[in-house]
Design a protein around this ligand. Sequence first.
Ligand SMILES: *Cc1c(COP(=O)(O)O)cnc(C)c1O
Length: 388
Amino acid sequence: MSYLKRAWAETHLDRIKANVENFKKFLKPETELLCVVKANCYGNGDDAVVPYLENELDVNWFAVSNIEEAKHLRDIGITGEILILGYTPPEYAKDLTDYDIIQALTDESHAEELSKCSPIGKRVRAHCALDTGMTRIGVYENTVEKACDSIERISKLSGIQLEGIFTHFASADSDAEDDINYTKKQAEQITAVADELKKRLVVLNQIHFLNSAGGVYHSTGKSSLARLGIIMYGLKPNSSLEVPFKLEPVLDLKACVSMVKEVNSGVCVSYGRTYTTQKPAKIATIPVGYADGYPRFLSNKGEVLIHGKRAKIIGRVCMDQLMCDVTGIDVKVGDTVTLIGTDGNETITADDIADIGNTIGYEIICNISKRVPRVVYNNGKQIDILKY
Ligand SMILES: *Cc1c(COP(=O)(O)O)cnc(C)c1O
């Protein structure tokens, strides 16, 4: 098992275990864990992570964003429940039944179309989305009665097997009072719809609305599943709000130094000459760039770790390479550079990088491109390499 020591990511399964176990402590006994494994497990590598979740952590529920991701999980042998959180065009109804996948319904017309396209004698298993404040997908009605009318009609469609309803929080990761009230209202709305449907004898196995932030800050047994995403991968839902346990970021991003040189004062570095040395300096070139998903907004702003020390990125981040100031650090070609992760006493997290670019850690790890092999570790031992 080898890979090019240029730029690579390391996915640490034991850290997933720690994050999952900590998160589970917040769940009520009525709530079962669902792991959100969309987008290649937020860039962490689904081929390694999902089998680990199913076989080692006994997770029974998985969620993905689309039918291709869902089929891929079946193709690699996942047998647990798979829920597609986004829209699937009706012409894929046969794939949904063939692969035994649960589909989110975006609204009643989506349900009707899927029902029409379902293979003869089969029903598409479904969870109906309910829009309680995201204004994204879901049955969108201004009264509980009307929402229930729509869901009740969906439950009677001949090609649909309605097994659940769910909604999604818009701001569960905030501690602002109006955001907290908004989240509470969303939870109350879906609970009211669930109660009314029960009165109407519409049987649902699952009513769910907790995400990572919801599970930690708004846990309730009224949600039968908690859809755990970002916290499983060791990042915060909101970088300015603490999670009440120690998160272990699962993915590290590393590279090897490709060149080291001493330069004089007054030397320009990288495209656009946005950086000029103010004194003699030692510069290292690192073969990683925005084509690897390492953000260009880190130009003249980011840092990397080399031999446990911080080195500033100087000049623009290029497509495949970047330069940093390693003056005073003992560096040679081939030395390991940590772009995300810990080296000695220093750590750079995806959340730290996100803060610099005014974005979220989610985007940083999801964007690590398929040019970067994922080297999989468990308890410090390399067990797999995923190449794309
Ligand atoms: C992505 C997603 C999640 C997971 O969100 P996190 O904030 O990563 O926990 C949960 N539910 C839905 C509907 C999603 O789209």
